[in-house]
Design a protein around this ligand. Structure first.
Ligand SMILES: *Cc1c(COP(=O)(O)O)cnc(C)c1O
Length: 501
């Protein structure tokens, strides 16, 4: 299978090239030229396998330039039971008191307690294998802009991986105390962490600028190094995410909750549009989907886009209690536009040019019609988030994190508006409540919150009888290693200095 760039169809690369390069020369994103298609019988066959088996089958269909051993090795190492607390890294939690048709797909049982682990535990394996195929002997320099969760998950995935260096930039005031602590205490000899004076979009724009700066690229090449990306613009991030949608569907068949072939709704708390896009790919590969429900927080640029067909980032940026969704430029939307325009690279390039020059673009009527058919968009502010955490806890005894609560809230909006309660619905649960303990506890027992993060964590555990993920509990006594803050326009210098070139 080959991959094209969303901004130039004449760019044709292998999977290994797409993964090692991260982004195409002219700034486009790599997309598969065609998709494997699974029949109902093949879905049934998939349901007989365990998670790793499902992952191996799906990855093999996309990574045709990898051997079966390479894929097997990568999957087995990434989803080892001890890393994800069991054989199924993405289990479904069944709620019983309220809506029996709502299934919470828990994607946060990995080492950093957020769904980013699902992709970032396997990406280093795919990336180092890709580097060997395409750029033998070169060191990969991974630059990461993070709104909180990607940074830690990437650091954990890449720490001490031979042939790689990783540098993470996070918005200085844009992450939760636990997220910050997770990053500043990161262990490993090839890691670097910097705070940026600015928001996530500033960090992401800064990273993209460095990636496409020819002078810096040449300087790296002279030193036998090459930039790569662990952000969800990298195909190696998206691909592993397709697996858990199929896997969840298979688990629902096996549990007798749905019939094979029955359509489901998928609700995703959305930021950079990677997670929900993986679900869109799954549908195009044969997963029976009725609607994608795209949930946003107060940064509701996607909600407005889905309603009007105009994407407009010229608006206030809000720092919310679901910081991993505090994003005004959802990069992966570019891939959706490519597919919905019928692979019209010129059109996508035009939209993206308009976005970078004016901060907005409007899609054609035909694209808008397809969006209407496939997507429902909704948003939920911090007040709604807290109310949903409380309601879900009171009614279902289920404790959601702030991001998952946004999804549950918007799913309820969907049911309210459409009356569609009958379609089984998967809600992607993207983080452990303990990553956002202050706001989660503040929603159910505000009087119990204290200024001390770890006291709050313990209080939440005591009150709800749920367990604190071990890696988070251990942070209380971890040594802080990274304290540098820099301006967004200093990122380039900081990178070169850290690389010592
Ligand atoms: C990254 C993240 C999101 C947003 O996912 P995208 O793929 O960027 O849309 C939502 N919730 C949590 C907890 C995250 O870490």
């Amino acid at each position: 299978m080959k991959y094209n760039s969303t901004r130039n169809k004449n760019t044709v690369v292998t999977a290994a090239q797409a993964i090692s390069q991260g982004i195409s020369e002219e700034g486009g994103l790599f997309v598969p030229q065609e998709l494997p298609k699974y029949s109902a019988d093949e879905l049934l066959a998939l349901s007989k396998l365990d998670y790793k088996g499902r992952a191996k089958k799906i990855l093999a269909d996309f990574l045709s330039d990898f051997t079966a051993e390479e894929i097997s090795e990568s999957v087995d190492a990434a989803y080892a039971a001890e890393k994800f607390g069991g054989d199924n890294p993405a289990p479904i939690s069944y709620l019983h008191n309220g809506d029996e048709n709502m299934y919470i797909l828990e994607l946060w049982h990995g080492p950093t307690s957020a769904f980013k682990d699902m992709a970032l535990q396997i990406l280093p394996h795919l990336l180092t294998k890709s580097m060997h195929k395409v750029h033998d002997g070169k060191e990969a320099v991974i630059l990461v802009a993070t709104s909180g969760d990607t940074g830690k998950a990437a650091l954990e995935g890449f720490k001490d991986v031979d042939g790689t260096k990783i540098m993470v930039f996070y918005p200085v005031d844009g992450v939760s105390p636990m997220q910050k602590r997770q990053m500043t205490t990161q262990k490993g000899n090839n890691v670097n962490v910097f705070a940026i004076k600015g928001n996530f979009d500033d960090a992401q724009t800064g990273v993209k600028k460095i990636f496409t700066n020819d002078a810096i690229k040449a300087q790296l090449a002279d030193n036998n190094k090459l930039f790569s990306s662990a952000n969800s613009i990298n195909w190696g991030r998206l691909l592993p995410q397709i697996v858990y949608y199929f896997s969840a569907y298979c688990d629902l068949i096996n549990a007798g909750k749905i019939a094979n072939g029955e359509k489901i709704n998928i609700t995703v708390p959305t930021g950079n549009f990677g997670n929900i896009l993986a679900a869109f790919y799954a549908m195009n590969m044969g997963l029976p989907v009725n609607k994608f429900i795209c949930a946003s927080n107060a940064n509701n640029v996607l909600t407005d886009f889905l309603a009007t067909g105009t994407y407009d980032r010229n608006r206030n940026f809000y720092a919310t209690m679901s910081p991993s969704m505090d994003i005004l430029i959802s990069s992966n939307l570019e891939r959706l536009l490519y597919h919905l325009t019928g692979n019209d690279d010129a059109k996508v390039a035009e939209y993206m040019k308009s976005l970078s020059e004016t901060g907005k673009y409007t899609v054609d009527d035909s694209v808008k019609a397809k969006l209407d058919e496939l997507f429902f968009g909704g948003s939920c502010d911090d007040k709604g988030t807290q109310a949903t955490i409380k309601k879900t806890y009171d009614e279902e005894h289920y404790l959601c994190d702030t991001h998952t609560a946004v999804a549950v809230n918007v799913y309820e909006q969907y049911v309210e508006k459409t009356g569609d309660k009958a379609t089984p619905a998967i809600i992607a649960s993207t983080a452990s409540p303990y990553k956002f303990a202050k706001n989660v506890l503040g929603s159910i027992a505000p009087e119990a919150v204290s200024d001390d993060e770890f006291a709050t964590v313990k209080e939440l555990s005591k009150l709800t009888g749920t367990e604190v993920p071990k890696p988070l509990a251990e942070l209380e006594n971890a040594e802080v290693r990274f304290t540098t803050t820099c301006a967004a326009d200093e990122m380039k210098d900081v990178v070169l200095k850290a690389l010592d070139i």
